[in-house]
Unconditional design. Structure first.
Length: 559
């Protein structure tokens, strides 16, 4: 199982909100100094103490919407999501006309993966208060997941008009800036007083180092071969002659072949240090690598490959991520399917073929883009602006002034386009390089599962498994990821998965704690569709529009 993302990408998926809405619904009766003190605790990252302060305010003033939303968001930050949901429901029932409460309810629903209800709650909040910045930012996250990037930008622009100096707005707005302006904004933020968030500060420092090290450079990973579409052979990756655990590609890096696992659960191209040194990749800056396992973030660095060849395709000037100490499923490394996001991707695992073809042209397009999305090095396409947004937490001084005065890129984002021939494809939620597909387990409500060819087995989160089936400990089962081995692994009994047009009975799904994935994405990931299932399917992906399609041919499995 892999879940590879440099640290600098993570915060764009779940930016830390301020504890309550920008605009107040009514004149507060709670003591303003008490609210300010609770807010300071929240902003400093002391969420447990902040929750206690907000709750103390509610004892004196049960109708304080600001304190209610503060408690709810503090509980979310503590990952006490059930408590947050209980409080949000009671607060909405008690104060149905509170914009701040409905915005907080939307945050809770988004964290639970309940996208449509969250959208409704944010819209309720805006109907009650058209200047509720929290609600606008909630809709930004929703619409990015929907691949509705024009909708997302419109809501972000409105939030920026209302509160250009609000820390949340600044974090999201940085992604709209040119590289030069983004460097200035991050430098100003880091030089000014800001809330104590070591992980976020490190993320920004790494991001700034990369931007400065590549200032004036493109690293756009541009296509130089005149091949609009191609078929490339996939190679079976085996643990032994009888067991295939994945599919791989032969990737030429500066003339040296590497055998990389094709992984829809990873982002970009990631190789071992041995491969990087053999290929003579030029190191740029340090990175942090996250994945499954109990050891936490691992060390890595970004590097430049002058030439990358995949089948008949040749690309120049590409960023590659290098692992210093991480043990991957393959000795050489991984290639995320998202690197081909400029193409319509057909991963035909039964036939061992990777087919790349042009995406359907939008009505206003004349040509389709041709590039690999290998890392943070290049400016994203409009459709991928959600994965580019760099977090920041500006204070009252220079950072907010720089970020609010500069203009966004002229090219505007576009919403998804569903071509007529793709009308029956399945919509998925996109979080950066990761695709979450609505899935039912037995007769459960819809849950979100990660499509992950890099995961050997199908998996249920511990939380979801306890809700839908029986689990039992299995000391023989081993789950390894980029961050080490998972300590506690269980088996789920009699779980049937329903997704897209298919149902798959699994009498023996592995179960373990994947709450860190949910926390980093900012929404609930209830399971993983892994290679154990996907190896039977032809998997088609349109990253631009958030669409997937599966094809199963039983004749391929007749014996």
């Amino acid at each position: 199982m892999t879940f590879l993302v440099p640290l600098l990408l993570l915060f764009c998926l779940n930016p830390s909100p301020s504890p309550h809405g920008w605009m107040q619904d009514t004149k507060p009766t709670a003591d303003a100094s008490d609210l300010a003190g609770a807010d300071r605790l929240y902003q400093s990252g002391d969420f447990a103490e902040a929750a206690e302060k907000y709750q103390a305010i509610l004892k004196a003033d049960p109708n304080s919407a600001q304190a209610q939303s503060g408690v709810i968001r503090s509980l979310l930050k503590e990952e006490k999501i059930d408590d947050a949901l209980t409080l949000a429901k009671s607060a909405a029932a008690a104060q149905p006309n509170s914009s701040a409460v409905w915005a907080a309810m939307g945050d809770v629903q988004f964290r639970f993966g309940q996208m449509s209800p969250a959208e409704v709650s944010y819209q309720k909040a805006l109907k009650l208060d058209p200047k509720n910045v929290e609600a606008y930012l909630g809709l930004v996250r929703i619409y990015r997941a929907y691949s509705l990037y024009a909708h997302a930008y419109a809501n972000l622009e409105r939030a920026h008009q209302i509160a250009p100096n609000d820390p949340q707005v600044q974090r999201m707005w940085l992604g709209q800036l040119s590289r030069k302006d983004r460097i200035a904004a991050i430098e100003a933020y880091l030089a000014s007083p800001h809330p104590d968030d070591p992980e976020e500060t490190q993320s920004l420092e790494l991001r700034l180092a990369f931007l400065k090290a590549t200032e004036g450079q493109s690293h756009a990973c541009r296509l130089v071969s005149e091949v609009p579409q191609t078929d490339t052979k996939l190679e079976a990756l085996r643990r032994d002659p009888q067991h295939v655990f994945g599919m791989g590609l032969v990737v030429g890096l500066n003339g040296h072949d590497a055998h990389l696992q094709l992984d829809t659960g990873a982002g970009g191209i990631s190789v071992s240090r041995k491969v990087a040194e053999k290929a003579g990749l030029t190191q740029i800056t340090q990175e942090k690598i996250y994945g499954i396992g109990d050891k936490g973030a691992q060390a890595g660095y970004s590097a430049i490959a002058d030439d990358i060849r995949i089948g008949k395709l040749e690309f120049k000037d590409c960023v590659v991520h290098v692992s210093k100490s991480v043990t991957m499923n393959t000795e050489d490394g991984l290639i995320g399917a998202d690197v081909f996001s400029s193409y319509l991707i057909d991963i035909d695992i039964p036939e061992q073929k990777l087919r790349l073809s042009p995406l359907p042209k939008r009505p206003d397009e004349s040509t389709a883009p041709t590039a690999l999305k290998t890392g943070e090095q290049s400016e994203p396409s409009d459709e991928e602006s959600s994965s580019e947004a760099t977090p920041a937490k500006p204070g009252e001084s220079g950072a907010s002034q720089v970020a609010s005065e500069v203009k966004p890129r002229k090219r505007q984002p576009q919403d998804r386009y569903i071509a007529p021939e793709m009308a029956n494809w399945t919509s998925v939620f996109r979080f950066g390089s990761h695709l979450l597909i609505p899935t039912h387990v037995n007769d459960s409500p819809s849950m979100l599962f990660l499509i992950d060819t890099g995961a050997t087995m199908n998996a249920l989160s511990s939380r979801a498994a306890q809700q839908v089936t029986k689990v039992s400990s299995d000391p023989r089962a081993t789950v390894k990821g980029l961050n080490g081995t998972v300590a506690n692994v269980y088996r789920a009994d009699k779980a049937t998965l329903y997704f897209a047009r298919y149902a798959q009975k699994n009498q023996d799904i592995v179960t373990f704690d994947i709450s860190n994935i949910s926390r980093r994405m900012g929404t609930e990931v209830s399971g993983i569709l892994g290679f154990a299932m996907l190896h039977m399917l032809q998997v088609k992906i349109d990253y631009r529009d958030g669409l997937v399609d599966f094809f199963y041919d039983p004749k391929r499995w007749d014996h």
